[in-house]
Design a protein around this ligand. Structure first.
Ligand code: ATR
Length: 279
């Protein structure tokens, strides 16, 4: 009988995870299927326990369930998921234990590594202080990056930097206002956008223009809808190297796949599938 994997979310019908994971499953010849399920936050615990009872192979969680999952008694989160305050991957152990992980930060790290960025010692400016910034910054600080979080609401950036500093990770983290972007970039290697600026339908907005950027920078926009955001176009115009949000999406999914199956999935095929779905 086919083993079922899935993503729970609400809304979830536009999730790219089914296409991406089913492409990997079929290339590997596995007798499995990955499906999207609409689950409301108040039904999450029942849904997870139901999936466990039915022998699901594993789950992803997306908006608005990642933070809710951390509060459920049935899930044992690992330290990184606890620190981030969100679970995006659930593994059903043979012992009956239900473990929670967060692979978003690892996805971002691997997207940067694919673009030949050496994380340790890098000076990274992270724009935004929401859930995505939190996952990415915890991971990159653990890997020894020196990070400045900048945010429209400066207090949120300062609060996030304080939380991460309290974990005593190898990398230093500071919080500032978004208006300091240009000055901070003079001394940075990488800019990461985690804000919603540039995301459909606000496709003309951007945290920076070509004048703020330069050719030695790597500019990573975690937004993947549209595929090429205004920020990435501005970065290209300045000669900077660019990394698209599709890479992070694919690498966080690949990491989840590894946690469930112990198998390295075909990342290039997963990326091609996502790119085709977004065309
Ligand atoms: P997620 O959890 O997906 O990261 P979020 O928590 O809603 O999303 O965070 C969105 C981020 O985009 C925040 O950092 C937000 O800044 P504020 O904390 O000041 O709200 C940022 N953001 C959204 N709209 C913005 C805008 N028009 N200008 C600048 N930053 C914006």
């Amino acid at each position: 009988m086919k083993q079922v994997f899935g993503v729970f979310g609400d809304p979830v019908s536009h999730s790219l995870s089914p296409a991406m994971h089913n492409a990997a499953i079929s290339a590997l010849g596995m007798d499995c299927i990955y499906h999207a399920f609409r689950v409301k936050p108040e039904k999450l615990e029942k849904a997870i326990l139901g999936a466990e009872a039915m022998g699901f192979g594993g789950l992803n969680l997306t908006v608005p369930l990642k933070e809710v999952a951390l509060k459920l008694g049935c899930i044992k989160p690992d330290l990184l998921a606890k620190r981030i305050g969100a679970v995006n991957t659930i593994v059903f152990e043979e012992t009956g234990e239900i473990r929670g992980y967060n692979t978003d930060g690892l996805g971002a790290k691997q997207a940067l590594q694919e673009a030949a960025v050496e994380i340790k010692g890098s000076k990274i400016v992270v724009a935004g202080a929401g859930g995505a910034a939190r996952a990415i910054t915890f991971q990159l600080a653990a890997d020894g990056a020196e990070i400045t979080i900048i945010n429209r609401t400066e207090e949120r950036a300062i609060a996030l930097a304080k939380d991460i500093s309290a974990a005593a990770l190898p990398g230093k983290v500071e919080g500032r206002g978004l208006s300091e972007l240009k000055d901070l970039l003079q001394d940075a290697n990488v800019l990461i956008n985690t804000t919603t600026l540039g995301m459909h339908p606000n496709i003309d907005s951007t945290i920076a223009t070509a004048d703020d950027l330069y050719s030695e920078l790597t500019v990573f926009d975690i937004v993947y809808n549209p595929l090429e955001t205004r920020l990435l176009r501005e970065a290209k115009a300045s000669g900077a190297k660019t990394v698209s949000g599709v890479s992070m999406l694919v690498y966080q999914g690949a990491e989840a796949f590894r946690l469930w199956t112990g198998i390295d999935p075909p990342v290039e095929l997963m990326k091609k599938t996502v790119l085709e779905a977004l065309q």
